[in-house]
Ligand binder design. Sequence first.
Ligand SMILES: *Cc1c(COP(=O)(O)O)cnc(C)c1O
Length: 432
Amino acid sequence: MTLLPADQLADQHLDSNIPGNPAYHFTINKPTSNPTAGWGQRPPLVRKASLGTQCVHAGMQPDPAYGSVMVPIYQTSTFAFSDICTNSGYDYTRSGNPTRAALEDAIALLEGGEGATCTSTGMSAILVALNLLEHGSHLLCTIDCYGGTFRTLEHAKAAYGLDVTYLDLADLGAVQAALKPNTKMIWIETPSNPLLRLTDIAAISGVGKAHGCLTVVDNTFLSPALQRPFELGADLVVHSTTKYLNGHSDVVGGAVVAAPGQVALAQRITSLNNLLGTSQSPHDCFLVLRGLKTLKLRMKAHEENAQVVAEFLHAHPAVKSVHYPGLPSHPQHDLAKRQQDGFGAMLSFELKEGGEANVNRVLKGFRWFTLAESLGGVESLVAHPASMTHASMTPEARKRAGISDDLIRLSVGIEDVEDLVGDLERALEGLG
Ligand SMILES: *Cc1c(COP(=O)(O)O)cnc(C)c1O
């Protein structure tokens, strides 16, 4: 039996329904309760490898049963014990599963974090991170956050007594002024959705550290291939793996990653994922792990296409404004160059002559851009934030965030770029 410090013991009580059960102490020491356990097993070479090699090899160990090169899908809810205190290291799939552990290892490795926990959706990853907060805590959040994040925070205000201030995190003076004694978390989404505004992660993390609160970065839009928040001082990274990490629009999933050295935080997010019942299914973990292998290649192709599309739109007479960090006209282009390893493949734009009829005409005029929510898949998508992704924000909140009814958002895929530009040419024909 291992003795734990009192604060960790309190956490671990969350992990078991029956603390008196002999399996209890076994359970708390299982590999998945200790997200760092996998690190020792992984050949150090993978940790030191560069990104493309890491993407292919992260989380991969030949399976001890048959030497399967690909991680098997352990599609089981439960694991056999050989006696009252002994099993293979797993007892029940909600709390731990080898396929999920492989994905968690891989994501932690790519982000350079201490450990990761994988969740059923991006929203449940956000829920896990928010559950680190005590009742009555105050949180600062970027003003143009993902609509679902806004909806969850609004719910948490009413249901859990969370105090939330939405603000422009680019304004450091405003951030300082908004801090309260009970501010426990700063929530960054950079680049933001759908306006592609940037937050200086290093500056905000510095403010957070000085105030003793956690800085969380939703890294969904860039993935660790293009932005590594831990190198800039963040404490936690969250992902909707639904987007670029999986990359094929066939899974919903999420991940929470703790910063390097933050062992207690890594354990806590893993405990919370088990406690809340938000962990990801083995089959979905397998799919995300498969998607990850091509992350570097996909991000490169996405980004090259997005730059061409952004420049085309920027020069088009029907277009009023283009929001893309890769354009020199983007107000934070320099920060993007400094903080990111690339500009990503999300962009949004407004028409000179907007209005519902024109916007609708453009949205329906595409052949290769599918009108759909979501982003980050290999196929190009177009969305209308005001009526789709950001419909859960009130019109006033959208207005405050600068999201107009004329805004059109693109998730640029990896098709041949001539086809995408041709598609935009057709859709915008006769306007402007
Ligand atoms: C999609 C998304 C989420 C939510 O993820 P789901 O997988 O849809 O639950 C959170 N944050 C950002 C930035 C997203 O794009």
